[in-house]
Design a protein around this ligand. Sequence first.
Ligand SMILES: *Cc1c(COP(=O)(O)O)cnc(C)c1O
Length: 470
Amino acid sequence: MEEEKQRRLRALPAVHEVLLRLEGEAEFSPFLANKRDLPRLTNCVRQVLQKARENVNRNISNSFEDYEFALWPWLKSELIQALILPETSLRRVINATGVVLHTNCGRALLAPEAAHFVAVQAERYSNLELNIETGERGSRYVHVEQLLCELTGAEAAMVVNNNAAAVLLMMNTFALGKDVVVSRGELVEVGGSFRIPEVLKAGGAKLIEVGSTNKTWYKDYEAAISSETALLLKVHTSNYRVEGFTHAVSGAELVELGEKYGIPVMEDLGSGSFFDGTSLGFPLEPTIQQTVKAGLALVSFSGDKLLGGPQAGIIVGKRNFIERLRANQLTRALRIDKLTLAALEGTLRMYQNGDGESIPVWRMLSYSLDRLKIAAEELKSALGSNTAVSAEIKEDVSQVGGGAWPTVNLPTWVCALRPKQGSVVELEKFLRLGPVAILTRIQKDRILIDGRTLLDGDIAEIVQRLKEWK
Ligand SMILES: *Cc1c(COP(=O)(O)O)cnc(C)c1O
């Protein structure tokens, strides 16, 4: 083992050798062309080689041949990260909070398959708005419409910038200057001061509230219907629960009421999901497919909540309604860009191929307790006993986040850290302000690191940062 480590350390190039070899690598030419950058580049090379030595000392899991083969690509990618990323405004963050859909950290992570597809589409021309068969202009929406119809059971689909835009567009298209009936129990504030009543107003619709916070009945909706009524709207209360003495009218019942008066019914499903959550032991949530089945004219949901894709507002429903949305001039202003479209197609194809459960959001939500315990233990043992923080592992709970399953506490294991000197507030800040921001949770006199939202290599970086504490 020791001999193998020495062999691997000897295989690492010297700083000047790395610099020389970089001259042949196009992506490094900007750093080599400018003499002023050279000290910084040299410094980064030193840091990356130091990291490589630490990795060798920490574990040897592959063959020497594999190690040697992967070394140069690894050095290059680490160097690019060290050189470019800290300079940018958008930076990588290590999310150790256990909140899977962390709004401040970009909500859903894309699956590698989807991310790769985005990179390809970004660097190449595509048939974004080209009908290859005819050579004529095509529509950007066709790339996901068929997929969405197959997955949701809807007749037609379209996508816009986000779900707020989807609701706005539905209001503006079907209820401009007219009444929209909504239950008082469903006047949701989503966060970032985005409120359903305000979006309705922005879309030019007049909100007619019915029922009470905890109970709304069929007859309440019926009593509110007048010649001015354009729509009955259901809003899924994704981020809170009204429990106890409650009653809500289902989508199917509203559809029945709507048919009686010739008024379309639409639903903002919020964090729509293809899975109902019961396989993970969560309280049952209606899936997108079930909601569509109720016969609503249109159903909208977010792309980057439980769907696990990019930020997008997805609208599915009856063909004639979707066509009217497309004809609205606002659609152009709210339209989805090609990279998002690529990410969405990549994500939807995973569902279609039966790989939906390997999408990061679902993978993280379904980690076994054993696995989470191993991650917590790994961190604790990597810290050893000689650091300035004491570590212990304990059971705790993580959150889904993104306004989904607000009442679910996911059992997890955390590594709880206590600074031997200084306060937890200082330690939290120290972790957040390191070379890579590490986001943690403070619980009384401890800092919690939840393995649920950690990705490959994150633990090593957390350990490295913690070793620099005091
Ligand atoms: C999250 C949410 C929205 C907003 O969706 P975005 O994609 O963030 O614009 C709207 N309605 C409900 C019910 C939500 O949960």
